[in-house]
Design a protein around this ligand. Structure first.
Ligand code: APR
Length: 265
């Protein structure tokens, strides 16, 4: 895990379709705890049961009561989500998209920080905590707009049951999001992994798919992960440290924005 930022920059500018896969580590320097590794929520409290979705289906009212009055570490998580702002690594990644170097971000995070930092092409595979989603027709709306005077709230389109857009353990990834992720992974000739332990599927399968189709894997994080040995390059460092350095290294190499076919203007 001691490859150089310069080597990453040299490789990234030669790729045609770089997709970034981000995880909880991307938001640690925005004040949100990771789940695994040092300071991880699950490291401290244990991995949650994998039947959250089954429990939602059998008791949607109980699910909403917990959502409206979160307890324990879920209360802490929602407070840090509400207070979090993007750090400089998020802004650097958004600039790399504007430069045409990074084409898309698939994030496992629910905090919306990529959007807030200016990234435009983002797929939130585990949803977004500020949204609600109908489990019948998939309609999404701002959580602040949902009438919770009667539980569970009903979809304004089909009257199906609404839940948080956040994908809970045991819940299928919504079809539209799953399709978007597959399209991006199939297009990728390089995947930049930032802040993910590459442990939870289906997201953990994306880098393995990119590698199997001949793509390059580049990992950035403070510790080795489940995927480090499969990566072509591993840079040791935190997201807020390495992404701005990567942006500076790329700007030095590319004077004009890169066009969709990978050439500079
Ligand atoms: N910068 C970059 N990476 C970091 C930082 C940091 N400042 N701090 C920690 N990391 C790394 C850790 O070393 C670890 O490899 O980020 C990774 C975080 O791993 P997880 O906590 O497992 O996060 P993630 O991979 O996103 O988890 C996937 O698991 O519980 C579910 O739904 C949850 O989306 C989450 C999924």
């Amino acid at each position: 895990m001691n490859d150089s930022i310069e080597r990453v920059a040299d490789i990234l500018i030669r790729q045609h379709y770089v997709v970034c896969l981000s995880g909880a580590g991307m938001s640690v320097e925005s004040g949100i705890r990771p789940f695994r590794g040092p300071g991880g929520l699950w490291t401290e409290f244990g991995e949650p049961p994998l039947d959250d979705y089954r429990r939602f289906v059998s008791d949607p009212v109980g699910y909403w009561r917990n959502l409206l009055q979160p307890q324990g570490h879920y209360l802490e998580l929602y407070k840090t989500l509400a207070e979090a702002v993007p750090h400089q690594g998020y802004f650097a990644l958004a600039e790399l998209e504007r430069q045409g170097v990074v084409k898309h971000v698939i994030t496992q995070n629910i905090d919306g920080l990529h959007h807030r930092a200016g990234s435009k092409h983002v797929t939130e595979i585990h949803g977004n905590y500020t949204l609600c989603r109908c489990v019948e027709c998939g309609t999404r709306c701002e959580r602040s707009q949902v009438d919770v005077s009667t539980l569970p709230p009903r979809c304004p389109v089909c009257a199906g049951i609404m839940k948080s857009d956040v994908v809970v353990f045991g819940e299928p990834i919504p079809e539209d999001v799953g399709r978007a992720c597959s399209e991006q992974v199939d297009l990728a000739d390089c995947m930049l992994l930032v802040g993910t332990s590459a442990y939870v599927y289906p997201a953990a399968g994306f880098p393995r798919h990119v590698s199997a189709q001949g793509g390059i894997l580049i990992e950035m994080g403070p510790q080795p992960t489940e995927i480090t040995e499969l990566c072509d390059i591993s840079v040791q460092g935190t997201a807020a440290e390495v992404l701005p350095q990567l942006y500076d290294a790329i700007v030095e190499r590319v004077k004009e924005p890169i066009q969709p076919d990978g050439t500079a203007e």
